[in-house]
Write a protein that binds this ligand. Structure first.
Ligand code: AMP
Ligand code: ZN
Ligand code: FE
Ligand code: FE
Length: 283
C-alpha cells in the first residue's frame, strides 16, 4: 500500500479538482492521499468524499508558508481538524494576504506596461488562496509569456520585477497552531529550501517530521534527510507535490510512500490530540 501525502487542487494553485486528483491517484494505484493546498483546508471535504468513493484513505492537510530567521519554509499540517476555529481564522488571514498580494503584483506588471487586470487573475484562480502560479497563468493566457516557467523567470521569481514579498507566520507559531488544531507538523521539501541550519530550532519548536521523499529530491537528498530524521527522531513523509498540469506534466505517481509512514503519522496525530485535549480539559 502506497501513499502520496503532498497534493494540490484547484482550491489553491493546482489545476485538478479534488475529484480529478483522486481519479489520477487511483490510476497510479495510490491507496492513501493527503490534500495539502496552500493556506486552506477548503478542498478537504470534497477530497474526502472523492477518496471514499474510490476506497482511498484520506488524510486532511494543508501547506502553510512560514518563515524562520528570514528564511521561507513550507510546513504541512496532517490530520488537521478542518473545522478548528482558530485554524480557520488564521487561514482566512493568510488568504487575505494572498489576495492583496495579487493586486500588488498586477500593479507592478502594469508599471512594466503589461496591461493585466487583477480580475483576470482572480478569474483563473477562482479560489480564496490565489498565488503566483495564477498570475503566471494569466500572463500566459493573455499572451505576455509563452510558458508558466517564462512568467516565473521574467517576472514572478523572488527579486524579479513583479515579485512581492508576503507576510508569513513564524515557523514556531505555525507548528504550535498545527498542534492546537490536532495536526502533525512536517517540514515540506527541506531539500528545496537549503534550510538544514533551521532544523535544530524547528525541532525545539516541536516539528514532528520531514518530507524526505519529494519529486525534486534526488536520491542523495533523500538519503541525507532520512539520516537527519533518524538523528532527530522525526517522522518520515513524502509526496509528489503535484499541481496538476501546471508544469505541463502531472507529478502524481512519482512518489510512492510505504504505508508504514502513514501509520506512524496517525499514531503521532493521536498523541497530539490526547495531549491537547488534556490541556484544554485542564483550562
Ligand atoms: P506563492 O505561494 O504565491 O508564493 O507561489 C508559490 C508556488 O509557485 C509554489 O507552489 C510553486 O509550486 C510555484 N512555483 C514556483 N516556481 C515555479 C515555476 N518556475 N513554475 C511554476 N510554478 C512555480
Ligand atoms: Zn503550490
Ligand atoms: Fe511547497
Ligand atoms: Fe506544495
Amino acid at each position: 500500500m502506497f501513499a502520496d501525502l503532498h497534493l494540490h487542487s484547484n482550491f489553491s494553485d493546482g489545476t485538478y479538482t479534488p475529484e480529478e486528483v483522486a481519479m489520477h491517484a487511483q490510476r497510479h494505484d495510490l491507496r492513501v492521499l493527503s490534500l495539502t493546498d496552500h493556506d486552506t483546508v477548503e478542498g478537504c471535504e470534497r477530497m474526502s468524499a472523492a477518496c471514499e468513493k474510490r476506497g482511498i484513505e484520506f488524510v486532511p492537510g494543508s501547506e502553510l508558508t512560514a518563515e524562520l530567521n528570514q528564511n521561507e519554509l513550507h510546513l504541512i499540517g496532517y490530520f488537521l481538524d478542518t473545522e478548528h476555529a482558530e485554524l480557520l481564522e488564521a487561514m482566512a488571514k493568510f488568504q487575505n494576504v494572498r489576495q492583496n498580494r495579487i493586486h500588488e503584483m498586477v500593479a507592478r506588471l502594469n508599471k512594466l506596461s503589461i496591461p493585466l487586470c487583477p480580475e483576470a487573475v482572480f478569474e483563473i484562480a477562482n479560489c480564496r488562496s490565489p498565488g503566483r502560479p495564477h498570475v503566471g497563468r494569466a500572463l500566459v493566457q493573455a499572451g505576455f509569456c509563452k510558458t508558466l516557467d517564462e512568467a516565473f523567470e521574467r517576472f514572478l521569481k523572488k527579486h524579479r520585477p513583479a515579485w512581492v514579498p508576503k507576510f508569513k507566520i513564524s515557523a514556531t507559531d505555525a507548528i504550535a497552531l498545527i498542534h492546537r488544531a490536532g495536526g502533525v507538523a512536517v517540514m515540506a521539501h527541506p531539500g528545496l529550501n537549503r534550510s538544514d541550519d533551521l532544523i535544530p530550532e524547528l525541532a525545539e519548536a516541536g516539528l514532528d517530521g520531514l518530507e524526505c521523499y519529494h519529486t525534486k529530491h534526488p536520491p542523495s537528498t533523500v538519503e541525507h534527510y532520512l539520516e537527519l530524521a533518524e538523528q532527530y527522531e522525526f517522522l518520515v513523509t513524502g509526496g509528489s507535490d503535484c499541481h496538476g498540469m501546471n508544469k505541463g506534466k502531472p507529478l502524481i505517481g512519482t512518489i510512492k510512500l510505504p504505508y508504514q509512514h502513514v501509520r506512524d503519522l496517525k499514531q503521532r496525530a493521536d498523541e497530539i490530540r490526547r495531549k491537547y485535549d488534556q490541556v484544554s480539559d485542564r483550562a
